[in-house]
Design a protein. Structure first.
Length: 299
């Protein structure tokens, strides 16, 4: 907001990039309105959201990290020529499929079993990431020949923390032999490379960078059919999609892939191709440079 207000004085172009839906439209204040007993579409809500939308629309360009946010931006009346699709991107040379023998070596280095299917979750251990639903799906499946690795930091002190509750769930249901908490990782690429399958059962997701990293490594994905994940996960092509907050449905997607190596290989064969062009940081940064050059020349 400070940059947009300063633009009126300095005249310097401003590029606006929302990292979640509901920012530009003002709809992210709906939970606060609900707690105050105010409807999301009534006159009071419009009075509150109107100035937010008007201020944000003052930006010179809008960099949208997902098609969902792009649609929201256009729906708010921003002209098409000011809207750019510029998703968060990754280093495709770092996140890449394993070379022959590399997966086995990485598994040894990470202390992962060579003779079990490894299903990986990467992300903060937070409830909105679907951690508890994933653990419940694992309890329903009870796979004896697979290992679920939960890699990511706790959200200690946060209301959404699923680290301590998740470990308590594993202990309560005697899942310690098939679930491992790896903690936060300085570099997630080796762990993804070592995995047979990645799960991202988020409740909501603006983009889902971990899912892109998994596909770039040639690892098939089971993900929630929400938000930005729908931009690149195609059910039955490079992964499986399931409804969020539904452990039985999640188990139904995970189960066949845990037991069928050919099915995993078929999805893996299309994984990297599905994200290679839209999410390669060199390509995205090139388009971003073009945007900045255009705005600079227009001054």
């Amino acid at each position: 907001m400070a940059a947009l207000l300063a633009r009126r004085v300095t005249g310097r172009p401003v590029v606006f990039q929302a990292q979640t839906t509901g920012v530009l439209s003002g709809d992210n204040v709906d939970p606060l309105l609900a707690r105050a007993g105010i409807g999301a579409t009534g006159p009071i809500a419009r009075m509150i959201k109107g100035p937010i939308r008007a201020l944000y629309r003052g930006a010179d360009a809008f960099a949208c990290i997902s098609r969902d946010i792009e649609r929201e931006t256009l729906a708010c009346g921003v002209p098409r020529d000011r809207v750019w699709y510029l998703p968060n991107a990754i280093d495709m040379t770092h996140f890449r499929p394993a070379e022959p023998g590399e997966r086995e070596r990485v598994r040894r280095d990470l202390g992962l079993p060579a003779d079990r299917v490894v299903c990986l979750f990467v992300g903060r251990l937070s409830r909105e990431k679907g951690v508890m639903e994933l653990l419940e799906a694992w309890r329903l499946l009870q796979p004896s020949d697979a290992l679920l690795v939960m890699a990511g930091p706790d959200m200690t002190g946060h209301a959404w923390d699923a680290g301590a509750p998740g470990r308590a769930f594993v202990e309560r249901h005697n899942l310690g032999q098939t679930v491992r908490f790896a903690g936060p990782l300085a570099d997630v690429a080796p762990m993804i490379t070592a995995a047979d399958l990645v799960a991202q059962p988020s409740h909501f997701e603006a983009l889902g960078l971990s899912a892109i990293e998994a596909l770039a490594c040639g690892v098939p994905l089971v993900a929630s059919a929400v938000g930005g994940l729908l931009d690149f996960v195609v059910d039955g092509v490079n992964g499986r999609l399931c409804p969020p907050l539904d452990p039985p449905a999640l188990a139904a997607c995970l189960g066949p892939l845990l037991s069928d190596g050919k099915a995993r290989a078929r999805l893996a064969s299309r994984a990297r191709e599905s994200v290679l062009h839209d999410y390669d940081e060199l390509a995205v940064f090139g388009r971003m440079r073009s945007l900045f050059d255009r705005l600079a020349e227009a001054r």
